[in-house]
Design a binder for this molecule. Structure first.
Ligand code: GLC
Length: 660
């Protein structure tokens, strides 16, 4: 059922025509305050609320408030109400079972039992509301996903291991990382180029002194089965003679201020302008710029700073400077706070988002009303151009900011996390919500982006990362955290090797989930809906159809408590495709987990294909598989055996019958 409130801006999140229903939506009571509409639902004691994608605070969202307002918060704590994505789908599971999608380009508030533990309230203006009824959470998710279209599938090599760091500056730096991985016998598929590869942070330029011949370098690396993946930022440097700036300005492709002049804000390159990716013509123009790097043999990108981040607006900075220069002396705390506030409030200031405009097919529109569509459309720009550039080829593209709808064009990473144990758990808890919204290709910065990681934290994080589609170690200028930096290189080698052993399973299940609108990561309650204990488990996940994981996420742990919702087989992997197994009955267990192993569980009646560990995805032997089995009757498993770089067809699936 679809209901309309106000005049929603078309987000293109939904790909099917749904007729508008009359009357008011079931389940909710309605109230209005000006243009704002609030929908309220009385929560019963046992009701859980799942969804909202990348938001903080657990899989069951009940007990906190959340906002969809895409924002960069590089040091996000538990009190954060909004992050990089707008993922406005949730479902209520308890006394009733229904799903809700708030299709809205602007700000949405979700009070999920925050003001009143027993009331769920959604507040927004100008939106379409979709209601989904179904017998189970999974059925509702499938219905929703069918409505928003098939999830993005990256090339197979993007499922390999990736090393990144904001700090690699030159070709020599990248080569050194490669050589160290090689020397240490550590598997690797991708090396990431952060902003320093550019000429003074200018999009679609390459600093010639640092990377004299990127085309030759990328070809050389590709021969070694390594892909270079450069970053692209949203903001374009204001600089005379810089073709991207000059061209965009001449054609009117940048967002404009009230007077119709390009809106200027500060990002990495200093004063910058924002490509108007909501203007279809400007979006096409920006997308075509990726050609510059595609022509150099680049096949993957990450799109960043596209919430979009504004370190300051030109007008805001001027005002803060004026205030500071007028303040002749700081006589009291108030003086200090006035001046410091003027500067601290410059970044991502809500007022600034009200002062610039987009030229859309629906006319000129203030950014605030369409804020959450920016990163989505920047990534769409790239993906639409890739489809023109090489129609059948799959490229890697993922974005920091996103909105439902973007899941068809690219994946995401969950932004700037920290080297904290709590963010390891957050990583796990974000995954099902993201899958519900169609984001299957996702991952967090393993080891933590900000702050100093430790060998123990990184190893534990990798033991989760081996199951996550985007497996990238990325950090900023903190302690170097490449896998060869620590004492136990052999352990890192083994754990990365396990990722490659798991790849036939992960990849096949990923593709199946994309085609069947399924979730790769499910909370236990989605598969064991009658089990009250399963409903409270916040630190375990089902991965695909066969596995359950229960990663360790605390310091100095020797293991952890695990709940088994059914009889399962515990699998312990230390190295290679070798494993030990132990059958456990349904129940609660303390499971020892050493730092040098990956432990997980195989469900009853299921099987798991394992390949031999490989150096990279190109060298992975997917023909000779070992099957881990927990079955007394023959079981079928469908492998996806496509080449990994072009469209996937029916002929690429092979259903194997595995004998007990
Ligand atoms: C942002 C990104 C981070 C990147 C940095 C520099 O903080 O989230 O991943 O390393 O910018 O480009």
């Amino acid at each position: 059922m679809k209901y309309r409130f106000g005049r929603p801006f078309p987000t293109d999140a939904v790909i099917k025509q749904v007729p508008l229903s009359s009357g008011s939506p079931a389940h909710f009571s309605l109230s209005r305050e000006g243009e704002l509409v609030t929908l309220s639902y009385p929560l019963s004691e046992g009701d859980a609320v799942y969804g909202l994608g990348e938001q903080m605070r657990g899989m069951n969202k009940r007990g906190w408030r959340y906002e969809s307002w895409n924002l960069d918060d590089p040091i996000h704590h538990e009190s954060r109400t909004n992050l990089y994505g707008a993922h406005n789908f949730f479902l209520v599971f308890g006394r009733e079972c229904f799903g809700v999608f708030v299709d809205c380009a602007g700000r949405v508030e979700f009070d999920v039992g925050f003001t009143d533990r027993n009331v769920l309230a959604v507040t927004a203006k100008d939106f379409d509301l979709y209601l989904f009824e179904g017998a189970s959470p999974l059925e509702i998710v499938r219905e929703f996903r069918a409505l928003i279209g098939r999830s993005y599938i990256p090339p197979k090599w993007a499922f390999g291991f990736a090393q990144s760091r904001w700090g690699y500056k030159t070709e020599a730096d990248i080569r050194e990382v490669y050589e160290n991985y090689e020397k240490a016998g550590l598997p690797l598929d991708m090396l990431f180029l952060d902003i320093d590869y550019m000429e003074r942070f200018k999009d679609f330029t390459v600093d010639k002194t640092r990377f004299p011949d990127l085309k030759a370098f990328s070809a050389e690396m590709k021969k070694k089965n390594i892909r270079l993946v450069p970053i692209i930022d949203a903001a374009v440097k204001v600089e005379k003679g810089y073709p991207v700036y000059e061209e965009g300005k001449k054609k009117g492709y940048f967002c404009t201020d009230e007077k119709g002049k390009p809106f200027i804000a500060g990002v990495w390159p200093g004063n910058s302008v924002l490509p108007d990716v909501l203007n279809p013509e400007a979006r096409r123009w920006f997308g075509r710029k990726y050609k510059i790097l595609l022509d150099k043999g680049i096949e993957g990108f990450w799109n960043d700073m596209n919430e979009p981040v504004l370190f300051y607006s030109e007008a805001g900075l001027k005002e803060a400077l004026r205030l500071a220069s007028e303040t002749k002396e700081i006589a009291c705390l108030d003086d200090y706070e006035r001046v410091s506030h003027a500067f601290f409030s410059l970044q991502n200031n809500d007022d600034d988002y009200r002062t610039f405009y987009h030229e859309t097919e629906n006319g000129r529109i203030v950014h605030e009303a369409v804020h959450n569509l920016y990163g989505y459309n920047m990534t769409r720009a790239a993906a639409e151009y890739f489809a023109e550039y090489a129609p059948k080829k799959r490229f890697l593209i993922f974005s920091r900011s996103s909105c439902v709808g973007m899941h068809r064009y690219g994946g995401i990473w969950t932004g700037d996390n920290s080297a904290w144990w709590s963010h390891l758990l957050l990583n796990l808890q974000q995954l099902p919500g993201l899958n519900m919204c169609g984001f299957l290709f996702a991952g967090a910065d393993l080891g933590g982006f900000g702050g100093d990681t430790t060998e123990e934290l990184l190893l534990r994080w990798l033991a989760l990362g081996v199951f996550v589609p985007l497996m990238r170690n990325h950090c900023n200028g903190s302690r170097p955290q490449e896998c060869y930096r620590f004492t136990r290189t052999d352990v890192f080698r083994n754990i990365l090797g396990i990722r490659y052993s798991l790849l036939p399973y992960l990849y096949s299940e990923f593709v199946r989930c994309a085609f069947e609108n399924d979730m790769l990561f499910k909370p236990l309650s989605f598969c064991y809906p009658e089990d009250r204990r399963a409903a409270t488990v916040e630190d375990q996940l089902l991965v695909g159809d066969s596995l359950m994981i229960a990663p360790v996420y605390t310091q100095n742990a020797a293991g952890r408590y695990v709940y088994l919702p059914e009889r399962m087989k515990l699998i312990r992997m230390k190295a290679g495709d070798r494993f030990t197994e132990q059958v456990l009955e349904k129940g609660e267990y303390y499971i020892p987990v050493a730092l040098d192993e990956v432990v997980f569980f195989l469900r009853s009646g299921k099987v798991l294909p394992l390949a031999k560990p490989a150096k990279n995805t190109a060298e992975l032997d997917e023909k000779n598989l070992t099957w881990v089995k927990f079955t007394e009757t023959p079981v079928q498993f469908t492998l996806c055996r496509d080449g990994g770089t072009s469209e996937i067809g029916k002929e690429d699936f092979e259903t194997v019958t595995v004998e007990p």
